[in-house]
Design a protein around this ligand. Structure first.
Ligand code: GLC
Length: 424
């Protein structure tokens, strides 16, 4: 088995991935929690199973959109909390093969993303609102949590049967699809955490079949990142936030992390939610993550026909344009040796220091790094020379090096990146 350090190497380099939330909930189109939020019974939800027929599902297109955006890996829902499986599990009938789709949609995803050279991950919900042995009445979020009619039936449930099912499905996922790069479990809550999931056994099984796989930290509660616990996971998964100072384990050491972020306000397709972030926000978010030692997993929620929303495709395309010119300031980069400047952020890879200038300010821009330790400065987008200046008054202001742009506005309003090559 590989060590944690070896396993996370590619992850720390690649920095940017696509999250895909897709399932039956694309039909009601009110997000992936619709069954819980609206307290729908299995029967209420059944029509979506009967009609699920994504005629335009073409994961090659999705993979190309991800690749063009500069993403290097993807994580897709194999099963969400509603229990519906996009993969052909032998352990349930509640799966895509039994819908009009009639086939294993996960297999097609894996093949398509792999052939575009992207790494492949599975999101898998350890919560299951469909399985008869999963706690329902009194559970924190089960759709039937306050349905008095099912209260008495609760005592006949056998959680160990659910665990057997869940472990069995995870085994299928890590056995039947070749190399899997990430297993993204979701999620623990209250006392439903750690060994309640038989997490040590689960992780050992996964790692014995996929020695290099990365596992997220949601088999346990988020505030306990401790690498000595087998199910602690390889990386932290802050959701909808970028931790102000990155993420550290219980001993204070930095750990790999990945902020998962939606483009609008939903993970699963939500037809009325048009509140999309701009490409500029997404790019700046990615830069912020990398400047704090993290990754970004940016979500898309394809619709019932299998189409990624137009708005999301447009954002991805715009991100791609920026990444094509500026990807060197993202891949393999991390927290820089110098502090965050007033006008933006720094990222760094070895002797390359990247200044992400977000605010033009006025006059020359001060970089808090000694002039004689900088070999050269280039605009990353076209490698043109950036004028390093020593204004006659600058000697009064410490060690700062000044750079200037000929224009009053920045060349790239999203994020103008200057690459400094540092002396060895
Ligand atoms: C959650 C939600 C969920 C989403 C996920 C992404 O905890 O339950 O619907 O899949 O986080 O991080």
């Amino acid at each position: 088995m590989s060590t944690h350090e070896e396993r996370v190497k590619w992850f720390l380099n690649d920095r940017f991935g696509m999250f895909i939330h897709w399932g039956l909930y694309a039909i009601p189109a009110r997000g992936e929690w619709v069954r819980s939020r609206e307290k729908m019974t299995i029967e209420d939800y059944e029509p979506f199973f009967e009609e699920f027929d994504p005629i335009y599902y073409d994961p090659k297109k999705w993979a190309r959109a991800a690749k063009e955006a500069g993403m290097k890996y993807a994580v897709m829902t194999s099963k969400h909390h509603d229990g519906f499986c996009l993969f052909d599990s032998k352990l349930t009938d509640y799966k895509a093969t039994n819908t009009p789709a009639g086939r294993d949609l996960i297999k097609e995803y894996v093949d398509a993303f792999r052939s575009e050279g992207l790494k492949v991950g599975f999101y898998y919900s350890i919560i299951d609102w469909h399985h008869p042995d999963y706690p329902a009445y009194g559970d924190r979020q089960h759709p039937m949590r306050d349905n008095e009619d099912i209260k008495d039936a609760e005592k006949d449930k056998d959680f160990s049967r659910y665990l057997e099912y869940m472990h069995g499905q995870v085994k299928e996922l890590v056995t039947n699809y070749g190399q899997i790069d990430i297993m993204w479990f979701d999620f623990s809550y209250d006392d439903m955490e750690g060994e309640k999931w038989e997490a040590t056994k689960l992780v050992e099984m996964v790692r014995s079949i996929q020695p290099n796989i990365l596992i997220d930290n949601r088999l346990t509660l988020h505030d306990k990142f401790d690498l000595s616990i087998p199910y602690s996971g390889d990386f932290a998964s802050p959701e909808q936030i970028i931790p102000p100072e990155g993420v550290r384990d219980i001993n204070g050491n930095p750990v790999p992390w990945e902020a998962c972020i939606t483009m609008n306000n939903n993970w699963g397709y939500a037809s009325a939610d048009k509140d999309f972030k701009s490409a500029k926000q997404c790019i700046r978010g990615l830069v912020e993550c990398v400047s704090k030692g993290g990754n970004m997993l940016l979500n898309v929620g394809p619709d019932a026909k299998g189409q990624i929303p137009e708005e999301s495709l447009a954002i991805l395309a715009d991100i791609g344009k920026w990444m094509k010119q500026n990807g060197d300031s993202i891949y393999g980069c991390t927290i820089a040796d110098i502090e965050k400047p007033e006008w933006g952020r720094f990222t760094q890879r070895d002797n390359k220091l990247y200044a992400h200038i977000l605010d033009r300010g006025i006059g020359a821009i001060a970089v808090d790094y000694p002039r004689d330790k900088i070999k050269r400065a280039r605009l990353l987008s076209d490698k043109s020379e950036i004028n390093i200046q020593t204004p006659w008054t600058s000697q009064h202001y410490g060690e700062a090096t000044f750079i200037n742009f000929a224009s009053a506005t920045l060349p790239d309003d999203i994020d103008t990146v200057v690459e400094f090559e540092l002396m060895d």
